[in-house]
Design a binder for this molecule. Structure first.
Ligand code: GAR
Length: 212
């Protein structure tokens, strides 16, 4: 991770409300960058006008927006996103509700240092509708998964998971309430995982993530 002793530099990518970003900001503010082991150096998004960007601005952080529609192709967007992130020289990139699949160029630069959080127990229910899909399937438990990103959709090596029970009151129409319960667990897990990776370092061996 970062040169020994200095806090790791993190870029966070968001697409929505940014409560996971806020949890990271709060944890770092509370512990201090040295003790937590990291500082957020920038926040990027794939769209404008989202609360996630407002949270970053309130925290005084640089932000950038990289929209697919402003680029000639998906590959060009991917390259532009990789460059925007690289400009902040991150040790770790965190996708916290970033609703885009990155491409080859981004992974060539940040693969092995790109963490995503997903609202289901992978490998079950990957993709953009993890909460709804678990409900529709009739699963009795679901949860969240923090994992490294590879070139599949939510298929990379798993770092940690949190379990949330699905109760009878959880209907498909009420997916938002279940998602909120998942996010309570998810925020704590993400804060814990990112801090550990930054403080202790890690190795990825095949599908196993080893944190000393
Ligand atoms: C989180 O639950 C995250 O797992 C999910 O979006 C939410 C973002 O919440 N991500 C995905 O579904 C990615 N496939 P937040 O904006 O409040 O942090």
């Amino acid at each position: 991770m970062a040169p020994s002793g200095s806090p790791s530099r993190i870029v966070v990518l968001v697409s929505g409300s940014g409560t996971n970003l806020q949890a990271l900001l709060d944890a770092i503010a509370e512990a201090g960058e040295e003790a937590y082991g990291a500082r957020i150096v920038a926040v990027g998004a794939d769209r404008e006008g989202i609360v996630g960007l407002e949270r970053a601005e309130r925290a005084g952080l640089p932000t950038f927006v990289c929209r697919v529609r402003d680029h000639g192709s998906r590959e060009e967007w991917d390259r532009a996103l990789a460059e925007a992130v690289a400009a902040h020289q991150p040790d770790l990139v965190v996708s916290a509700g970033f609703m885009k699949i990155v491409g080859r160029e981004f992974l060539a630069r940040f693969g092995g240092a790109f963490v995503n959080t997903h609202p289901a127990l992978l490998p079950s229910f990957p993709g953009a509708h993890g909460v709804r899909d678990a409900l529709a399937y009739g699963a009795k438990v679901t949860g969240c998964t923090v994992h490294f990103v590879d070139d599949g959709v939510d298929t990379g090596p798993i770092i940690a998971q949190g379990v949330v029970e699905i109760v009878e009151e959880d209907t498909e129409e009420g997916a938002a309430a279940l998602h909120e319960r998942i996010k309570e667990v998810e925020r704590r897990l993400l804060v814990e995982v990112v801090g550990r990776l930054c403080r202790d370092g890690y190795r990825i061996e095949g599908r196993k993530v080893l944190v000393p």
